[in-house]
Design a protein around this ligand. Sequence first.
Ligand code: ZN
Length: 648
Amino acid sequence: MIAPQSIQEVLNRADILEIVGQFVRLKRRGANHIANCPFHSEKTPSFYVSGSKGIYKCFGCGKGGNVVTFIQEHEKLTYPEAIRWLADFYKIALEETERSPEQAQQQKTEESLRILNEFAAKYFQSFLLEQEEGISIGLSYFKQRGFRKETIEKFLLGFCSEAGDAFYTKATQSGYQTDLMEKAGLVKNRNGSHYDVYRGRVIFPIQNMTGRVLGFGARILKTNERAPKYINTPENELYIKSRVLYGIYQSRQAIGKLDECFLVEGYTDVISLHQGGVENVVASSGTSLTEEQLRAIGQLTKNLTILYDGDAAGIKAALRGLDMALAQSFNVKLVLLPEGEDPDSFIQKSGATKFHEYVKDKKQDVISFRLQVGLKEIGTDPVAKSKLVNELAESISKINKAEDFSLQDYYIRETARKLDVEEAGLINLVNKFIRDRIEQDRRQTSREEKLPEPAITPEITDEPNAENEHEKNYAQEWELIRVLIEHGEKPFEGFENVADLIQQRVDPDLLESAMVKEVYNAYFSFKAQQGTFPPIGYFTNFPNKAVTEQMATLLHTRNEISHNWSKMYGIETLSGDLNFINEAESALTYFEVKSIVQMQALLTERLRNERDEAKITLLQRKMLELKQAEAEIVRKHGTVILKMMRKG
Ligand code: ZN
């Protein structure tokens, strides 16, 4: 984690005009600067930046925020990633907190590999563009593939000399350690002397979402050698194959803007499509899609279109990732390219317009695609047919979440007709898969619910909701809601405000009252959607009448509970306006303790059933940590609170 003082340093330093100016051309207008919005297409500027206030706002698409949200939105990054991006930009060294020695070591290695990789990428690129050998062999290969210079530069393509140790010598002279070069997969040791692994190959650097070079793909140019066509970076601290998506850096903005991601197989497919004007494309590099890759794409879009050439290997690889994509609510389409074409050859022949027409015309959903491929495969084999029926029924059962029911109906009819099976039977099968999944979910939930119930009702005599039979046990949960509604927007040290504090510190799963959960969720979704705090009236006029009533009681009996609660575990009462700090803290302490008690019960249960020595040690260590956390709270607030939680 990045230390708060480092975040503050970045925030103090970051100048919104300078940062936004990296991406759009700003013109001064009065106190503000304006530009064409980078987040939607427009001809006349409606994107305003205020340097003095440190904010931007687009009156066209509504996007707005501060310098960090701008980088998050524009570069498609999470908050910490955006902070790191800004720190890189201003050359601010970030301090990290809460790192174990192992984490620190891992990060150090990652960082060293990254620096070495960036050095190597630059070296290979300049070798390709400036050295005679690079130009005559590497560059002429890329030219022959039809790549233009700006494309070659955009993808940092390079060439490694055939000399054998040219890179090794250069990197050593520049102070890089041999063992790091070996770890990075750039050099190898043979009988005590080192040679370049990629010698005589063209180089495709592989970058992550933020442009960092994670590793390389290197393609052989000579055809008469028995060496593999491509060599890739071995798995190391930085290069983790299951997370790599080739082209994500160059494509991330187009994917976001067009709200669609094309998936292809190879590096050259991605590069050719870019050069042809299709810039929303990544490659999975031959493997079937992994969950991590899907998550990365899912940050940008939920519309995934897989382009595959007709050879069977490609189709099989495509099919393997699909159920996972469906389960992650992706809207997956497939496009089978014309016989004998891959995306690279197809775009070069047809150009972008024809390419888009073809894709639009041939786009198939997963079920139709499977049906088509499956029908070809099964022939007259009844066993293969029944297997296919089962597989399709399972896939159809998954659609109900991602798309809609009429579509599910449609697929059932289509599948039944094309496979010549009874519709009613197929419906039963689909329903069975749905039921199985629900049952599985239910078992999962009930496992979680079987935790020994902590007593959550402190003895508070003047508890205000006593007359409400259904909600009477949830006094502390309602107290949290009251603090949230009454004090949500007040500043709180270390957080943006009280609402932020509550959102970060209270796991909503700890809320047991369905009504409380409803209000809690409504509060934060209002805040997320409107960008402002919901007014009290929003809850006193809530559609759910029971909530409205509860709210009226709650807001009229202010402070009753928290005063009692505070008394019991000895939080001093602050006077006047600052009392909300106590109230927020006491409401949170309840949930903190509750979570510890639940975890302890869970661990005790697991310890009772565990036979594996190593796991027992691990669980005991975890238990010790919880005991320490508990001790900390007791030290702060006395034992009464724990006794209360354990009662019953
Ligand atoms: Zn806009």
